[in-house]
Design a protein around this ligand. Structure first.
Ligand SMILES: Cc1cc2nc3c(=O)[nH]c(=O)nc-3n(C[C@H](O)[C@H](O)[C@H](O)COP(=O)(O)OP(=O)(O)OC[C@H]3O[C@@H](n4cnc5c(N)ncnc54)[C@H](O)[C@@H]3O)c2cc1C
Length: 559
């Protein structure tokens, strides 16, 4: 990667003591399921500030449809079966102890949010209705308001957060960078420099900082994520010296509604769970010949089958056939409403679908309580890489992870109030003098919209569902070129900072994908179609290192 990717410590020049100062015990960057869970837990032992760069309702959490995986059917299902399914989906890269940790806490996590007002849909016997999704051996998907699970969960968490009088919620407040007293490796994170359209730049000093900034879907042209998912958290953490892991693994969702010119919207896996078929242009149902689970095969298998079908038949989409499903509008009211906007009736019409970037499996490497390797910094939710998902996330395990790890990090971060915390670094609360000097760039004006759209197109074409070494190398070259006239600039609003973060995160993802010379989980290389034992490791990347450190998988405890 071009040295510019590693040179900048901060995106903007500033003198910390000249800016307005705000103090808190815990700063949470992100107001989705992970951030709000962390904030609620942390509020029990101090004051908390939660940042959201847009409105609080705009997050991957609020857009989630399918549900939350919890092995609640005690007569048939079990935590052990859930662990097994997660390990199978993770394709040999899950840290099994982390999988057990998460699944064992699933039921208590869901009971906790139910106590805060989250209302799962019930079946005719008034029991929690459990749906089925790909890769799950049993019906274990808790859903709410049909396909509006994420919205229902976000509302319940937000309502509970608003009741915590030690929590302040800052909407439209963009975290530009994490603050460290020096640029030396191991320097602790002490909060963030932020920008709010009305209040301008502010220093928020915190004893503990929890990064809960969500996903990276907006790096790809075809994406199910809201536009806020620009991978800021990955870029912030990287610049602050934290270790990032397994970034090659972006999960592509097989079925987003493909209507040219309209934003892509997800057609939940639960629709295939209820029995919908995938058809090619000859109306041939092609999944049974690809996998024994047909349309309910793991997402990487279905996405790859569709991507290859599109290439083979030069198509823009395949069809989802729901015409034989009963009660579609009742079970999927949100999807039905969206289809109506395009005059599509699932009882009558075939639905055009194609794959899209959906879930960032990799992220900031953490332990079981969300601790990163930088003192004072925790990461949770989609921004984090805990080892739960391995090389591919099992459907509906991510909201679960956000609830479990958000809570764990919110509880753990009280340690930063004492001298003896997990890093053994005395906890300090600012202010300290931080000086960022950046020379004015001599290069000319930039069309940021063009940079963003070129980046997203190239990520989709060459770092998409199927990749190859030479194409990944081409993308890295392109990123190096763009970096020369984009990363040297100083911007004064979110559009520019996001573009710089997207460029850095895109380069990091591509570098990890180029390094991983194998196919595994949701990372498919046409030039290395098989998995390789020597790649059954996590790849860990830190600022200023050209090659990754590799980490063997955590092994299950011996009984
Ligand atoms: C369409 C869709 C459907 C899904 N369906 C499911 C499902 O059924 N089940 C499931 O388990 N998972 C599902 N997922 C995945 C799941 O929703 C996410 O992984 C999960 O919600 C992530 O939660 P989070 O709290 O980590 O991040 P998010 O909910 O994305 O929240 C991120 C927050 O960070 C803030 N933020 C980001 N950058 C900054 C910055 N620089 N400064 C300040 N704030 C910032 C944002 O404003 C936002 O508040 C789905 C995702 C999508 C997109």
């Amino acid at each position: 990667m071009h040295p510019l990717f590693d040179q900048r410590r901060y995106l903007i020049p500033f003198r910390s003591i000249l800016l307005p100062q705000i103090f808190t015990d815990t700063l949470v960057i992100g107001g989705g399921a992970a951030g709000l869970s962390a904030a609620i837990a942390a509020s029990a032992h101090g004051d908390v500030i939660v940042l959201a760069k847009g409105k609080l309702g705009l997050s991957n959490t609020a857009w989630a449809q399918g549900g939350i995986a919890v092995p609640l059917d005690h007569a048939n299902d079990s935590p052990e079966a859930h662990v097994r399914d997660t390990l199978v989906a993770g394709a040999g890269l899950c840290d099994e102890p982390v999988v057990r940790f998460t699944v064992e806490r699933a039921e208590s996590a869901i009971r906790r949010v139910m106590a805060w007002g989250f209302r799962p849909d019930l079946d005719a016997q008034k029991h929690i209705d459990l749906g089925r999704e790909g890769g799950h051996s049993f019906r274990r998907i808790i859903h709410s308001d049909g396909d509006a699970t994420g919205r229902a969960l976000a509302d319940a968490l937000l309502e509970r957060t608003r009741q915590c009088d030690t929590v302040r919620l800052f909407e439209n407040c963009f975290a530009i960078d994490l603050l460290t007293p020096s640029n030396a490796p191991g320097s602790p994170v002490m909060g963030a420099i932020t920008h709010h359209p009305k209040h301008g730049l502010q220093m928020i000093w915190a004893r503990a900082t929890i990064l809960a900034s969500g996903g990276a879907g907006a790096l790809w042209r075809e994406s199910t994520n809201p536009p806020v998912a620009t991978a800021d958290g990955l870029a912030l953490a990287y610049r602050a010296g934290a270790t990032l892991a397994d970034l090659a693994f972006m999960q592509f969702h097989p079925t987003t509604l493909y209507v040219a010119g309209a934003a892509r919207t997800l057609i939940s896996e639960a629709v295939r769970g209820e029995g919908a078929y995938l058809l090619d242009e000859h109306l041939h149902r092609f999944m049974p010949e690809q996998h024994e689970l047909a349309e309910l095969a793991p997402r990487d298998v279905v996405s790859l089958a569709i991507a290859r079908k599109l290439a083979e038949q030069s198509l823009s989409h395949v069809w989802l056939d729901c015409r034989h499903l009963r009660d579609f509008p009742a079970r999927f009211p949100g999807i039905s409403a969206n289809l109506r906007r395009f005059d599509l009736d699932p009882a009558r019409d075939l639905i055009p679908v194609n794959p899209a970037a959906h879930y960032m499996v990799g992220g900031v490497r953490t332990d079981w309580t969300g601790r990163t390797d930088v003192p004072g910094l925790y990461a949770v939710g989609e921004a984090a890489s805990t080892g739960l998902h391995g090389a591919n996330r099992l459907a509906s395990n991510s909201l679960l992870e956000a609830l479990v790890f958000g809570h764990a990090a919110g509880e753990a971060c009280v340690e930063m109030r004492s001298e003896s915390n997990a890093w053994g670094t005395p906890a300090r609360q600012g202010p300290v003098q931080v000086i960022s000097d950046i020379p004015i760039s001599p290069s000319g004006e930039l069309d940021l919209a063009d940079v963003r759209s070129s980046l997203r197109s190239v990520m989709w074409r060459n770092v998409g569902v199927e990749r190859s070494g030479p194409k990944l190398d081409d993308v890295l070259e392109m990123f190096n070129f763009w970096a020369r006239y984009t990363l040297d600039k100083i911007f004064d609003d979110l559009t520019g900072w996001e573009a710089q973060n997207m460029l850095l995160a895109g380069a990091l993802v591509t570098r990890s994908a180029a390094w991983r010379s194998e196919s595994r989980g949701c990372h498919t290389r046409s030039d290395h179609p098989a998995s390789r034992d020597d790649f059954a490791v996590h790849d860990l990347w830190r600022r200023s290192a050209d090659t990754p450190r590799t980490l063997p998988l955590a092994q299950p405890a011996v009984a």
